[in-house]
Design a protein around this ligand. Structure first.
Ligand code: UTP
Length: 224
């Protein structure tokens, strides 16, 4: 199988710890034994900190995004460092480079590519462009809920849902300021237009990603 993993900054790099990158590297190597693996790393707290300071300096939003992208690429470099020889040596700058790097047979790790989106959208486009069998979104919640489970006690988790249902949920969540959407709207739309089988799961323990690739997921599966 060809697998794209979106390693959310909120789990991979909430705080920078070598153990986290090592545990992700172990899980990804296990998956790569039998599969082709692409990984997109998020920015985590460092991206928020940098963007926060840039905003206070009066910088425009696109420039803030470019700063965020740099941080996602730094996290990609740390994951590459943890993967060692199993990884392609550089984070590709765009989708074409990533697809090309995939021909090396190594695990390809990249960060963001363009302002106005997050790495969720990057992973969805990468899944589309590489013809991935599955997209796994490893995040800080254990699936997609009817509303933000951190704010609403009545929120219910979907075991499975369609891409159209995902778009509806994301639109509803993104309307609320400060709410945490499971994936961004652009990602949801790409998942829908190409019917990409996607699993949203808790990436706190990266072994959940290995289980999901082996058909035993604990999160939400999105498929037509
Ligand atoms: P993330 O994908 O980590 O965003 O990218 P996020 O929503 O903060 O993710 P979580 O919650 O930690 O998982 C960090 C920032 O980098 C910029 C955006 O500013 C984003 O908020 N970025 C990232 C882009 O502008 N374009 C990209 O392609 C990727």
């Amino acid at each position: 199988m060809k697998v794209v993993v979106s390693a959310g900054g909120s789990v991979l790099a909430r705080e920078l710890r070598p153990e986290k990158f090592e545990s992700y590297a172990r899980a990804l190597k296990e998956i790569a034994e039998k599969n082709t693996v692409f990984v997109v790393t998020g920015g985590g707290q460092a991206a928020r900190d940098y963007i926060g300071v840039a905003r206070e300096l009066g910088v425009d939003e696109a420039t803030c995004d470019l700063i965020g992208i740099e941080v996602t690429r730094l996290n990609a470099r740390l994951l590459i460092a943890a993967l060692g020889d199993a990884a392609y040596f550089e984070p590709p700058l765009n989708y074409k480079e990533a697809k090309n790097a995939g021909l090396s047979g190594k695990i390809v790790v990249m960060g963001g590519v363009a302002p106005g989106q997050t790495t969720d959208a990057v992973s969805a486009v990468l899944a589309e462009y590489t013809g991935a069998d599955i997209l796994i979104n490893a995040t800080s919640i254990d699936g997609v809920y009817t509303s933000d489970p951190r704010k609403n006690r009545d929120a219910r988790k979907f075991e499975s849902m369609t891409p159209l249902q995902l778009i509806e949920i994301v639109m509803k969540t993104e309307m609320i300021a400060g709410a945490n959407s499971p994936v961004d709207l652009l990602a949801a739309k790409i998942i829908e237009r190409s019917s990409i089988t996607t699993i949203v799961l808790n990436g706190e323990d990266p072994h959940n990603i290995v289980d999901a690739v082996n058909g035993k997921h604990t999160g939400t599966i999105i498929r037509k």
